[in-house]
Design a protein around this ligand. Structure first.
Ligand SMILES: NC(=O)C1=CN([C@@H]2O[C@H](COP(=O)(O)OP(=O)(O)OC[C@H]3O[C@@H](n4cnc5c(N)ncnc54)[C@H](OP(=O)(O)O)[C@@H]3O)[C@@H](O)[C@H]2O)C=CC1
Ligand SMILES: O=C(O)[C@@H]1CCC=N1
Length: 277
């Protein structure tokens, strides 16, 4: 039986942070890693990719590195046009998946000489422990079985949200694509606060991590609205009330909204500036 994990062949173009997160997730799920080839001009990365992930590597795009069912474009947005132009003459019927922030499918398709079997996605780095979430948009030329193939690949990294409107991907980028970095910053900040209150660094980190994990798992597992869960922590006249008062005085909602707005704006300008080329 042709199963995704045993028989699908993948080429990752770009072997950086996001590609490695996706491949680590695939490895954890039992994907046949020898069926992956990573194309990255930086040969110094190849040995560690081969040893840690069991994948094949190549410095160049050629027929053999393109002998795949799915090509995942995982280069920086600024690198995508030249990669796509080099790729175009080598395309046959592969499904092309882009993870690049901002770059619209119509622009990518134009760079690929009109190739339209494209799925544009926005994954995130928790993919490496299958705790990721990916927003995905398929161009209308993508057939149902190709969309299913993309879905199987992305599900190996965690959850998948298919979008009807491509423009929503800029919001996905701002919330879940960039979001892990906001959460890491909050963990760093809570840990530093613990140290300032007299805990050791390791004690403060342990408490902060367990708190983010526990609160997040509780909110995901419970049918209770998140606001009610917050209220359940907030005893009248108690400690949480004082902490939340200060967070609200600093207008945490406005801060988060502004941060996400700036990230979404950057996704749009990346698309406008680079896509117009
Ligand atoms: N990091 C994240 O959390 C997320 C990233 N993304 C998207 O993923 C993409 C990659 O980001 P990220 O992994 O962080 O970036 P990285 O810089 O870590 O990875 C990009 C890799 O592509 C390599 N590369 C450059 N030119 C080529 C080429 N011509 N052919 C093949 N490979 C090439 C780069 O090499 P070199 O360093 O030598 O240039 C680098 O190793 C971006 O488009 C980003 O928007 C999406 C979701 C989340
Ligand atoms: O910062 C970036 O541009 C990429 C996209 C989302 C997360 N990292």
């Amino acid at each position: 039986m042709h199963t995704f994990f045993e028989h699908t062949r993948l080429s990752f173009i770009g072997g950086g942070n996001m590609a490695q997160a996706l491949m680590t997730g695939l490895k954890q799920r039992g994907f046949t890693m020898s069926h992956i080839i990573v194309v990255d001009p930086d040969a110094t990365k190849h040995v560690s990719l081969q040893q840690s992930l069991g994948v094949n590597t190549s410095t160049i795009l050629d027929k053999s590195s393109m002998a795949a069912d799915v090509l995942i474009l995982a280069v920086k947005p600024q690198q995508l046009k030249s990669v796509a132009q080099a790729l175009a003459p080598l395309l046959q019927s592969q499904l092309v998946i882009s993870v690049a922030a901002g770059i619209r499918s119509e622009d990518l398709s134009r760079w690929l000489q009109g190739y339209r079997t494209l799925v544009r996605t926005m994954p995130n780095t928790p993919a490496q422990i299958q705790a990721g979430i990916t927003g995905a948009f398929a161009m209308s030329a993508v057939r149902a079985e190709q969309r299913n193939l993309a879905d199987s690949l992305l599900q190996a990294a965690g959850e998948v949200v298919w979008l009807e409107e491509e423009s929503q991907l800029d919001a996905v980028t701002a919330i879940s694509g960039s979001g892990p970095a906001y959460v890491f910053l909050l963990i760093e900040a809570l840990t530093a606060a613990g140290v300032a209150l007299g805990l050791s660094e390791s004690q403060a980190l342990k408490l902060s991590l367990a708190t983010f994990k526990g609160a997040s798992l509780l909110a995901s597992a419970s049918n209770t609205p998140v606001a009610t869960l917050r209220e359940q922590v907030t005893s009248k006249g108690g400690t949480t009330e004082q902490g939340l008062l200060r967070l609200n005085q600093h207008n945490i909602h406005a801060i988060m909204q502004d941060a996400a707005l700036q990230a979404a704006k950057r996704a749009k300008t990346l698309g406008d500036e680079l896509g117009g080329q």
